[in-house]
Design a protein around this ligand. Structure first.
Ligand code: AMP
Ligand code: ZN
Length: 138
């Protein structure tokens, strides 16, 4: 389904122009309008999914398969030193556009991008509890 008030639905489906690198029937690959670094790319679904909790696993799989192809093309042409691939879900996680998209952020020696967090701790009991909780839903 497309959503009438969603800017990424309009971009993904070509109603609003974008700096488009690639498209197929399911996805559009564009340049981010506010790039973290040179060549910051977004992969958008043409269907509307708010986030990872809505997209089906098969579509997500095909999207990540495309991401691996795009990442290699970016590495070759941009000559970046590394790349972060990330995807924000929910306001608390930094999502600002509530239509599923994957970020491909080329990284260059000396860039000022930070994708880090303070390292926490986990006890053996908590590991067991968490493993048991999550695995029964998979
Ligand atoms: P997120 O914070 O993960 O939801 O990412 C939203 C991203 O979309 C940001 O990096 C924005 O710079 C980018 N963005 C917002 N509007 C547009 C647009 N019209 N065209 C391309 N990128 C956009
Ligand atoms: Zn949308």
């Amino acid at each position: 389904m497309k959503k009438d008030d969603c800017i990424f639905c309009k971009i993904a489906n070509g109603e609003i122009p974008s700096a488009c690198i690639y498209e197929n029937k399911e996805f559009r690959v564009i340049l981010d309008v506010g790039p973290a670094t040179r060549g910051h790319v977004l992969i958008l679904t043409k269907e509307h999914y708010d986030n990872i909790f809505e997209i089906d696993a098969e579509t997500a799989g095909r999207l990540f398969s495309l991401a691996s192809v795009v990442a290699r093309a970016m590495k070759k042409t941009l000559n970046c030193d590394g790349m972060n691939i990330l995807q924000n879900n929910g306001t608390i996680a930094g999502q600002t556009v509530f239509h599923f998209h994957l970020h491909l952020i080329p990284r260059y020696e000396g860039d000022q991008v930070k994708v880090t967090w303070p390292q926490g701790e986990i006890s053996d009991d908590e590991k067991t509890e968490l493993v048991n909780m999550i695995k029964k839903e998979i």
